[in-house]
Design a protein. Structure first.
Length: 491
């Protein structure tokens, strides 16, 4: 007896949706994705990919700050095409030495070319979206443009079109939260999605919110030449992250000229004749040319028939799911930012894949958040995996901790930086690696070794016996493991 193909309808073409579609297609299902903005989702078109592309340019600019210490000089003749010049009052990365006594050599600087940066970001996002579309087409996934909604049991509607489905996955994502007293206008008052539509770099940027998004943009724009004021309602930036790591980012930012206003809650933001004004709870005001509002994300779960279909939402509108992405309604799964589980592309994608494996009867491992590797793309980057310092400090986990500053790492010295560290958490007695924090340039690439150790339950002995290249930053990971091999102090 031949079995008919399972029909899957997916609302949302971001990582939660398209990764699920690929798994379902691989398993032989008949798959339809409904997407209203563009394949790749907000991740590719407005959020993760554009911001990391901006940060790629910013990181290079930041790296140039230290080039004179490394013995690099850039000299340009006055008026030489392509020479770098600083506009009066504009900040820039110093590339050169003081003008040589024998004119006409001049003091030269790198300057961000905003139109080129923004157009590269838009082109790259479009290209990435096209790659996703090509891959889905190659796997035979049907794509419908439009706004999908749950019409009735087993039916998703897009306008007048109805799609019959045995299983529905909702992967509708989230969008920036807007405060009624700080409504973005796309010109001076901006959400993180509107930044790339500007024609110039904000000269004086006030960033409201010091969570991951706020801190990333503050570091990037500062490196590109904006004068940044970061308004944080908490004492320090990145209040939910490893406190040691957050302090490094805050210190580096301030050293580079960023102004961080701690314990300063913004209550409103508005336009002035030539810029913006942000009012703080304590009566102070902060002025700038532009204001970037990063005050959280809200799920895109309204008006798509969720409540009518019996899908349970939490108080903030996120879809409640279990660890295999099931909602409260049989046959309806949800993945990604609309579930609020952990707003990362990798988590969205894994939730989507798990949903399909489960729905299509494959063996499936429930989502394990303890093993998620994540990075905050600040200057320097903060990469984390596994248990946190807070878990250890509050006694949730009993662990030994070692923190090695990178200032003593030979490769870091050669590369000309000293801010950052490697921290490892290991289980007492067994020495099994439970987690780690790496603060360094490209920490996002370095964390894999620790992530592998956490996933595979490796011990510090096993890491300590692993060869690391000399000189390398990863040498600090094996060195940290060696430090933890020493017998624990008596209790
Ligand atoms: C500034 C910023 C930077 C980030 N950087 C990173 C990073 O470096 N690394 C990382 O892992 N994560 C990052 N994230 C988070 C990451 O972007 C999200 O976790 C990821 O996009 C979630 O994927 P998703 O599929 O759930 O939703 P999305 O990517 O938001 O996709 C949802 C899609 O659903 C569509 N949609 C919604 N409703 C409907 C409907 N009714 N019908 C049809 N289509 C619909 C939307 O148009 C959208 O395209 C960042 C987020 C922001 C805001």
């Amino acid at each position: 007896m031949s079995q008919s193909r399972s029909r899957i309808a997916i609302i949302g073409g971001g990582p939660g949706g398209y990764e699920a579609a690929l798994v379902a297609a691989q398993l032989g299902a008949d798959v339809t994705i409904i997407e209203e903005s563009g394949l790749g989702g907000s991740c590719v078109l407005t959020d993760c990919v554009p911001s990391k592309t901006l940060i790629a340019t910013a990181s290079l600019m930041a790296a140039m700050e230290g080039t004179s210490d490394l013995g690099i000089r850039f000299d340009h003749e006055p008026g030489e095409p392509g020479g770098f010049g600083r506009q009066p009052g504009q900040r820039g990365a110093a590339w050169g030495s003081l003008a040589r006594a024998h004119a006409p050599r001049i003091y030269s600087h790198a300057r961000a070319d905003a139109p080129q940066i923004y157009s590269r970001i838009r082109d790259l996002a479009r290209a990435q979206s096209a790659d996703v579309a090509k891959r889905l087409a190659a796997e035979g996934v049907r794509v419908i443009s439009g706004r999908g909604r749950l019409a009735r049991r087993g039916v998703v509607a897009v306008g007048d079109t109805e799609i019959q489905a045995d299983t529905v996955l909702v992967a509708a994502g989230a969008h920036p939260r807007v405060l009624p007293t700080a409504v973005p206008d796309g010109e001076r008052l901006l959400t993180c999605r509107q930044l790339y539509d500007l024609t110039e770099l904000p000269s004086e940027l006030v960033v409201v919110g010091s969570g991951v998004t706020g801190a990333e943009f503050a570091c990037a724009l500062q490196a590109l030449g904006s004068q940044v004021t970061l308004v944080s309602s908490r004492q320090h930036v990145l209040p939910n992250e490893d406190a040691d790591a957050a302090m490094v980012v805050e210190d580096v930012g301030q050293r580079r000229g960023m102004s961080v206003l701690g314990r300063s809650r913004a209550v409103s933001a508005s336009r002035t004749a030539d810029g913006v004004e942000v009012c703080l709870e304590d009566g102070r005001t902060v002025r700038g040319s532009h204001c970037l509002l990063t005050v959280g994300m809200v799920p895109s779960t309204e008006g798509i028939g969720l409540a009518e279909s019996g899908v349970g939402l939490d108080a903030r509108g996120f879809i409640a799911v279990d660890r295999v992405s099931r909602t409260s309604t049989p046959g309806i799964y949800a993945a990604g930012d609309c579930t609020g589980v952990w707003m990362l592309a990798s988590v969205a994608a894994m939730q989507g894949r798990i949903a399909m494996w489960h729905a299509l009867g494959e063996a499936v491992q429930p989502l394990r958040l303890r093993h998620v590797a994540a990075t905050i793309f600040t200057e320097p980057e903060i990469a984390t995996v596994g248990v946190s310092q807070q878990d250890v400090d509050t006694g949730v986990v009993g662990a030994r901790v070692v923190k090695l500053p990178l200032a003593t790492n030979a490769r870091a010295k050669m590369d000309g930086f000293g801010d950052g560290f490697v921290k490892l958490f290991t289980r007492r007695n067994t020495g099994i690696v439970l987690g780690g924090v790496i603060v360094a340039p490209r920490a996002s690439e370095l964390i894999l070794g620790v992530s592998l150790a956490v996933e595979q339950q490796l011990t510090v002995d096993e890491i300590a016996h692993t060869f690391a290249v000399y000189p390398s930053l990863s040498g600090s990971v094996t060195e940290a493991a060696r430090r933890l091999m020493q017998p624990a102090e008596p209790l």
